[in-house]
Design a protein around this ligand. Structure first.
Ligand SMILES: Cc1ncc(COP(=O)(O)O)c(C=O)c1O
Length: 397
C-alpha cells in the first residue's frame, strides 16, 4: 500500500525549530528560547469574573457562532482605539482574528501563489515564515536598520512587505521614524501592501512610542491605505484567549474575511466578549504599568548578567522594549544551531538565528527571551550559556 505523499512544503520545515519547541519538556531547563509572557502578570481574578458575566449576561454573543468578521462591538472598539483625526477608522476597517498568527496566515492565503515574492524585514518572525511556508514564497530580505536602505526596489513587485517595527521578533530592535516613513511612501508609490505586525507596540520601557506606519498612511478620509496593521491581545493582556485584529482598507478586510470563512469560520465569541470587556472596563490599561515594570526589571537583569558573563563572546544592543535581546557571536566559529543542542545538554535553551533568516543562512546569532524567567534564573541561564560557548570553542580549537 502506498499512501499519497504529503505536500512538498512539509519537507521545508527544519529540525532546529522542532528541537527548541520540544526543549520546554526537559526538567530544570532554563528556557530563554520562547517568546512567552510571565503568568503572574495576568489579571486572573478579574478575567474570571468577566468570563462568568460574559456567559451569564451575554450568552447570545459568547456561546453562539459570532459573525465571521467578529463581534460588531469589539470591531468598533478596536476602530476607536486606533482612530485619530488623520485616521478615521470604522468597523469596516477591522477584522477580529484568532490571534495575530491567524491574520498572518490569512494574508498569505489572499495574496500568495506558489513562489510569490515577499519583501521581509530580516531576520523575520518565525511564525510568519511558518504561516507562509505552504506557498514557498521567494523572500526579498530587507535590512531596515541600515540607515541608507531604500525599500522601494525591494517592495516593488512583491505581493506584500512584512515588518515588525516595534521591538521586532527576533531582534528586539525598533524601525526608526524616518525608515517607517520611507516604507509607507514606497508602499503608496508601488501599491504593494505593507504589513505592520505590532504585538509588542504596548511594551515600550524607556521612551514614548513611535508613530505607527498605519497612522502615517492616514489622509483624514475613510482609511483605504496600503498598511495592514496587526494587533494582538497576547502580549499586553493574555495569549490564551487567542484574540488578534487586522486593520486595513475595506477591500483587504473583505478578502481576509472570505479566507477566514474557510479557515475557522469565526473567532470564539467568548474570547471576543472577554476581550471587549477587558478594554471597555479599563482593565487592559490598569494592568499595563505592572507588566512594563516587571519586564523592564527582567530586561535589565538579563543585560546585566550578559555584560558580566558574555561581553567577550557576543555583541548586542539593549532593547528599549519587547521581549528579546539579539546577540551576535564575536567568533565566527560559533554555529548557533550547535549552541542550541549543546545548551540543552547544559540546561539552557536559546533560539538560533537560522530559523529567523528567511534564507536560512545566518548561523551566528541567538535570540534570548527575558520575560518568562525571574532575574535569578536569567542570571543562571546566562552562566550556563557562557559555559556552553566556552566548551564549543574549546572543541573548535
Ligand atoms: C512578531 C509576532 N507576530 C505575531 C505573533 C503572534 O501572536 P498571537 O498569535 O499570540 O497574537 C507573535 C507572537 O509571538 C509575534 O512575535
Amino acid at each position: 500500500m502506498t499512501r499519497p505523499a504529503f505536500a512538498r512544503w512539509l519537507s521545508q520545515t527544519n529540525e532546529v525549530t522542532k528541537t527548541f519547541l520540544a526543549a520546554g519538556q526537559v526538567p530544570d531547563l532554563i528556557n530563554l528560547a520562547g517568546g512567552l509572557p510571565e503568568p503572574s502578570v495576568w489579571p486572573v481574578d478579574e478575567l474570571a469574573e468577566i468570563a462568568a458575566s460574559a456567559v451569564r449576561d451575554h450568552p447570545g454573543q459568547s456561546l453562539a457562532y459570532p459573525p465571521i468578521g467578529g463581534l460588531p462591538a469589539l470591531r468598533s472598539l478596536i476602530a476607536r482605539k486606533y482612530s485619530s483625526d488623520a485616521l478615521p477608522l470604522t468597523r469596516d476597517n477591522v477584522l477580529i482574528t484568532s490571534g495575530g498568527m491567524q491574520a498572518l496566515d490569512l494574508i498569505g492565503r489572499v495574496l500568495l501563489e506558489q513562489g510569490s515574492p515577499v519583501a521581509a524585514q530580516s531576520p523575520a518572525y518565525l511564525g510568519a515564515l511558518d504561516a507562509w511556508r505552504p506557498s514557498l514564497p521567494t523572500y526579498l530580505p530587507m535590512d531596515l536598520e541600515g540607515g541608507d536602505f531604500d525599500p522601494l526596489p525591494a517592495i516593488s513587485g512583491a505581493q506584500f512587505a512584512y515588518t515588525v517595527p516595534n521591538f521586532s521578533n527576533p531582534t528586539g530592535h525598533i524601525v526608526d521614524t524616518a525608515m517607517r516613513r520611507r516604507l509607507v511612501e514606497a508602499a503608496e508609490q508601488t501599491g504593494t501592501w505593507l504589513v505592520e505586525d505590532d504585538p509588542y507596540g504596548a511594551l515600550y520601557y524607556d521612551c514614548d512610542p513611535l508613530p505607527s506606519m498605519m497612522s502615517m498612511a492616514g489622509s483624514g478620509n475613510a482609511y483605504d491605505g496600503p498598511v495592514i496593521y496587526l494587533g494582538s491581545l497576547s502580549k499586553e493582556v493574555v495569549p490564551g484567549l487567542r484574540i488578534g485584529w487586522a486593520i486595513a482598507a475595506p477591500e483587504m478586510i473583505d478578502a481576509l474575511t472570505v479566507a477566514k470563512q474557510g479557515t475557522d469560520m469565526c473567532t470564539s465569541g467568548l474570547s471576543q466578549r472577554i476581550a471587549y470587556e477587558t478594554f471597555h472596563s479599563g482593565l487592559a490599561d490598569r494592568i499595563l504599568p505592572n507588566i512594563l515594570a516587571t519586564y523592564r526589571a527582567r530586561r535589565d537583569a538579563l543585560c546585566a548578567a550578559m555584560t558580566a558573563e558574555l561581553s567577550d563572546l557576543f555583541t548586542w544592543e539593549v532593547p528599549a522594549g519587547g521581549m528579546f535581546v539579539w546577540a551576535r557571536a564575536r567568533d565566527p566559529r560559533i554555529d548557533t544551531d550547535d549552541l542550541l543542542q549543546a545548551g540543552i545538554e547544559r540546561g539552557v535553551c536559546v533560539s538560533p538565528s537560522s530559523v529567523f533568516d528567511p534564507l536560512g543562512q545566518d548561523h551566528g546569532a541567538i535570540r534570548i527571551n527575558f520575560t518568562l524567567n525571574p532575574p535569578e534564573r536569567l542570571a543562571e541561564g546566562v552562566r550556563r550559556l557562557r559555559a556552553t560557548v566556552t566548551d564549543l570553542l574549546a572543541k573548535a580549537a
